[in-house]
Design a protein around this ligand. Sequence first.
Ligand code: CTP
Length: 396
Amino acid sequence: MLLGVTGGIAAYKACSLARLLVGAGARVRVVMTRSATRFVGPDTFAALTGGPAYTDLFEEPGAVLHVRLAREADLAIVAPATANVLAKLAHGIADDLLTAALLEATCPLVLAPAMHTGMWEHPATRANVETLTGRGARIVGPEAGSLAAGDEGPGRMAEPEEILRVAEEVAASGRDLAGARIVVTAGPTWEPIDPVRFVGNRSSGRMGVAVAKEAFDRGADVTLVLGPGAVEPPPGLRVVRVETAEEMRRVVLEAADGADAVVMAAAVADFRPGSTAPRKLKKEAGPPEVRLVPTPDILAELGAERRARLLVGFAAETADEPGELLEAGRSKLAAKGLDLLVVNEVGRPGTGFGAETNRAAILAADGSEEPLREWTKAELARAICDRLAALRRPLR
Ligand code: CTP
């Protein structure tokens, strides 16, 4: 375990965290920034962890210390994480031992921010936190409470017990989808009118790609069925590109056979032009009349045939009030025979299609729910995979 300690008054609480981590059985390597040493001495951590607390990039002559620390770590925690270190991590700055080690590290990262309220709420910090969560870092806290200089407000570091709990959760969730075969769909479908025109929608594919990446990182064997014009998927995934709802249906039904889960995050067109002109429709012929006919409902078909063990659907709903949204979600969950349904609120600026965040709730067939709130797509992907991992357990 790599415990990074940066320069905030909460550094004194990192001593309790180091003690708790050692008590939980972790081998802890502490790296302190220069300013952290103004609050606590390296010898305190050395005594608590039974190993040196490192402060200097060039501490071990001839050795590449930051690389060794990065490679040895199964999990990295930064507590407290100042606004400065969040900014450096978000931008890949590596000007001391801690930031260099974290840039090299590929292990999961838990960050426990601590700073004054103004710094925490500053758009720069908000953007940095979003960048870091988008890359998979887990943020714990901060809490509201008394801060340095007698001030009050959000910015106080989460308690060491809470950081330990999250760290244990992250460590345990590392590979909890190992061995699972998961099919994820993402993006829109394009239904052709003629060789150049189509009926489509605004889906970017980001949500489905986030689920595919999260499941892959957690050890699943992932097939991503990706619609046209969607974002580039991360490397390493098996990607099958499709264009129309019918093509998506064919690929998904085949891939779903015997799969552990199918996550239908794609915004499949509900309607397509009844016929496709073989040649480009000419302007001179006047505006064409395009009659739309329904596409096959892939999710309903999967639900009826139970090809995969677990089925996750998405619903985009507009509603005047949250109760209405959840009600619509619950009936869709039951009607399509799903295990999980992610209900997205659409129609408000800044959420849903193409946006960075979703206002969504997760409804489960067992009646449990993740209440409606704002999520980054990475957070929502993580929550979906948490649910899949929990649902999969009794089946194996
Ligand atoms: N879906 C599908 N095949 C379709 C249409 C949708 O598999 N032809 C899937 C989507 O991937 C998504 C869910 O079904 O997981 C959406 O369900 P749908 O009933 O289409 O809900 P909405 O898109 O919200 O639309 P509406 O409320 O108009 O039914």
